[in-house]
Design a protein around this ligand. Structure first.
Ligand code: SF4
Length: 498
């Protein structure tokens, strides 16, 4: 694989390609007598969402307009250009992509779609690319996450040569990508990747193979971007990386900076009501970060720390270099330094070799850590990872039964965590209308608890607030009245704070 440092020439080439595409799509729009559209479908994690914001920015720089304004939707509606940004973490995400591609065959045939590109982590895996070449020949372009910055060139070249894949050497793109236009998905929240890739090679995970080795962005570039999004009115910032705690960027004076420095810089910007970060690996989380979380009012009082298993033996098999004692010590430090904070986690059930005793250790650890919420997964073997070839697979029915037992324990903990909020008033950062009921708004507390609340319609009318768009990003006091397993219900309890 050729590793290449992006320089002015590359940036210029991308700009030229964008300009060519603006002209190309502009003349197509004139011929058709209507603007050309795009539909961008995103699967997977927040890093994929962040990549999609860049893809949307580039698509709009070509003069295309979005056809589907539903966030993160998988609406398979036709558009002139369709881009699917895929995820390789779990097998079911792959199944969804291939199912959806089958549906697009009809659209391509009746010409309601003229160009289809598939990108994201799945496209870094040869088996998937081969399958698309063989079974989905109507897909025009395939590229992987490390080629994202070259999207304009890839589209232009693909349109010109009409080949399915433009075979260029993979470029391990360097991290300063400020020249890529971004169309942010939320009006109040900005996703800011501070690093790319991962060096950890957990034995079940494809990320180090699909997103490459860890590389941190320049510290001063991050600070500049933070300042600029604060000036543009964003109230929440999410610092992103596969393992933000191992951030090691340099500043313009050549000094190495840590994640605590980034968190310090972000939370010093007073315009931000919320500073969040994702994800953290237990081996790298520092006490400095926990101290800052406790001290700064605008840093989210929520730590997502992946446990994965409560058995030291399984953690070793997973290549996760910590033991349960260390994990529980971190949980303890977090609870002491961030009183009232919430701790959430990821857990894999049924990793190869997991015995009943190992699983019981997981249940025990979950109870001891008292997680406020957890993302629980049944083990999904990913081709190309060491765990794919492990022989000691746990039978599917055993995995399902264990999964149900874990869910029961965790749901009880989550309900307890939500119940502790009842009767109190919290500042809720409003995200929009609750799904399924237009009179109910939803948002999050600074501890990341999901709140559905009734707004004071009289107050909103007097304040000239007309609908959910006006409330998106507003900080509203809400009294919590009822706990549910995954959320709480409340009512507006005072004037909008900001
Ligand atoms: S830390 Fe492990 S699970 Fe997370 S992205 Fe890296 S390899 Fe994957």
């Amino acid at each position: 694989m050729a590793i290449h440092t992006i320089g002015d020439k590359d940036i210029e080439a991308v700009r030229r390609a964008s300009q060519d595409l603006r002209e190309y799509f502009g003349s197509r729009a004139e011929e058709l007598g209507r603007p050309l559209t795009y539909n961008l479908i995103t699967y997977g994690c927040q890093l994929n969402e962040s990549d999609s914001e860049k893809l949307a920015g580039m698509l709009e720089s070509f003069g295309l307009i979005p056809v589907d304004i539903t966030r993160n939707s998988e609406h398979l509606i036709p558009a002139d250009v369709v881009v699917m940004n895929t995820c390789a973490i779990r097998e079911n995400a792959e199944d969804r992509l291939f199912g959806n591609l089958g549906v697009y065959k009809k659209f391509k045939k009746d010409r309601s779609v003229s160009f289809i590109a598939v990108c994201g982590c799945m496209m870094k895996i040869d088996k998937n690319v081969d399958r698309i070449k063989k079974s989905y020949p109507y897909v025009d372009l395939v590229f992987d996450p490390q080629q994202l910055h070259r999207f304009p060139e890839l589209v232009r070249d693909s349109l010109a040569v009409k080949s399915q894949r433009v075979d260029i050497d993979t470029i391990d793109y360097l991290v300063e990508d400020e020249y890529i236009p971004i169309k942010r998905d939320r009006r109040f929240r900005a996703l800011i990747p501070i690093m790319y890739g991962c060096n950890n090679f957990c034995n079940y995970c494809v990320v180090p193979y699909t997103r490459g080795r860890e590389r941190s962005r320049n510290f001063d570039c991050i600070v500049e971007e933070l300042r600029s999004i604060a000036d543009s009115g964003y109230r929440e910032v999410m610092l992103l990386g596969q393992n933000v705690n191992s951030y090691k960027g340099v500043d313009n004076e050549g000094r190495t900076r840590s994640f605590a420095d980034v968190l310090d810089a972000a939370s010093s910007i007073k315009e931000f009501s919320r500073v969040r970060f994702m994800s953290s690996h237990p081996k790298d989380l520092s006490q400095d970060v926990l101290s800052l979380m406790g001290e700064r009012d605008n840093i989210e009082k929520h730590l997502h720390l992946a446990l994965q298993s409560g058995s030291d033996r399984i953690l070793k098999l997973m290549n996760r270099p910590y033991d349960i004692e260390k994990f529980l010590n971190i949980a303890d430090s977090f609870r002491k330094k961030v009183p009232g904070g919430s701790l959430t986690t990821d857990i894999i059930v049924g990793f190869p070799g997991e015995s009943e005793a190992d699983f019981e250790l997981t249940l025990e650890a979950v109870k001891k850590a008292a997680f406020d919420a957890a993302f629980t997964f049944e083990f999904s073997a990913r081709p190309g990872t060491p765990a794919y070839d492990y022989e000691d697979k746990v039978p599917a029915e055993v995995v399902s039964a264990r999964f149900a037992r874990l869910l029961e324990v965790q749901n009880e903990l989550a309900f307890k965590s939500n119940s502790a909020l009842v009767g109190k008033v919290f500042e809720v950062l409003t995200e929009g209308i609750s799904k399924g009921d237009e009179t109910i708004y939803s948002g999050r507390t600074i501890t990341n608890h999901l709140v559905n609340f009734k707004a004071d319609e009289e107050y909103l009318k007097k304040a000239g607030i007309e609908g959910s768009d006006d409330l998106e990003g507003a900080l509203i006091p809400v009294r919590i009245e009822r706990a549910r397993p995954y959320s709480v219900d409340g009512v507006m309890a005072g004037d909008i704070i900001r």
